[in-house]
Write a protein that binds this ligand. Structure first.
Ligand code: CP
Ligand code: NVA
Length: 297
């Protein structure tokens, strides 16, 4: 069977995403406990950027499925001395059964996947974070009972999380309003192909009647934007109690974490009763186990 990668949300069909979320729910409930599909398998984790959730949830998930995780930073490998991606990918494929990569430009992950004969999973690039969005979809389904027709308002930077959220919302027939300051909306190539995605500038317009409010940091890892310009332009793009009052009364609040209280979200909202951020973080583990089980032979 040809190996499959998970580099963007669009690598899975809507029915595959539904199946993955159902399977993740079985892992979470303990129904799939004891399953060891990765027994005897080794999964490499090549990280060019720091991580808390992605690293720990993958390492633990691989262990729980019977496999061996190998964590490696770019700086600790010969990549740091200029060994080509293509060579690294081919060498890794001779030892490993799958690779999780967290890197800068998406084309690095794509090149890695092109030269790897084993599945490559994107643990975040500058423009995509598909594993995050699977956990987000699981969290929304848990809290709201469905995905279709759910109205999400994303407030903030048109970054990797926003891009993958756009793809996930489109795949699962959800409505997504995005409020970003001028110059920081998601790239037109992501937006052009998608239905039911509305880009606005006023966060209140985006949040009105929303089932889910979502935000992410103003400054991402490796961000090359003008930081001072961003800090200034994003000042009004915060999920706070006032913005929350425009959403539905039972709206939930998501944040992929790590969060900066007082910037993109207030402490009162992230610690408040509508916040689902720690369930969301937990669901990284369950959804990634479902992905590993599906892709790794
Ligand atoms: N949300 C997320 O990917 O967190 P980490 O950067 O800690 O992995
Ligand atoms: N947009 C953030 C997400 C971190 C999980 C970043 O890329 O730094």
């Amino acid at each position: 069977m040809k190996k499959r990668d998970f580099l963007t949300i669009r690598d899975f069909t809507a029915s595959e995403i539904t199946a993955l979320l159902d399977r993740a729910t079985e892992f979470k409930s303990g129904k799939a406990a004891g399953k060891k599909p990765l027994l005897g398998r080794s999964i490499g984790m090549l990280f060019y950027k720091t991580s808390t959730r992605t690293r720990v949830s993958f390492e633990v998930g691989i262990y729980q499925l019977g496999g061996q995780p190998l964590y490696l930073t770019q700086g600790e490998s010969q990549l740091s001395r200029g060994e080509p991606i293509a060579d690294t990918a081919r060498v890794f494929s001779r030892y490993l059964n799958g690779i999780v990569i967290r890197t800068f430009e998406h084309k690095i992950a794509a090149e890695f996947a092109a030269y790897s004969s084993v599945p490559v999973i994107n643990g975040l690039t500058d423009t995509h974070h598909p594993c995050q969005i699977l956990a987000d979809l699981m969290t929304i389904k848990e809290k709201k009972g469905r995905l279709k027709g759910i109205k999400i308002a994303y407030i903030g930077d048109g970054n990797n999380v926003a891009n993958s959220l756009i793809e996930g919302a489109a795949q699962m027939d959800m409505e997504l309003n995005i409020a970003s300051p001028e110059g920081y909306a998601p790239a037109p190539d992501i937006l052009d192909t998608q239905a039911r995605i509305n880009v606005v500038q006023d966060p209140k317009d985006a949040a009105t009647g929303a089932d889910v409010l979502y935000t992410d940091v103003w400054i991402s890892m490796g961000d090359k934007d003008d930081i001072a310009d961003k800090q200034q332009k994003f000042a009004g793009y915060q999920i706070n109690d006032n913005l929350l009052s425009y959403a539905k009364p039972d709206c939930i609040v998501l944040h992929c974490l790590p969060a900066h209280r007082g910037q993109e979200i207030t402490a009162s909202v992230i610690e408040g009763p509508q916040s689902a951020v720690f369930d969301q973080a937990e669901n990284r583990l369950h959804t990634q186990k479902a992905v590993l089980e599906m892709l790794i032979e």
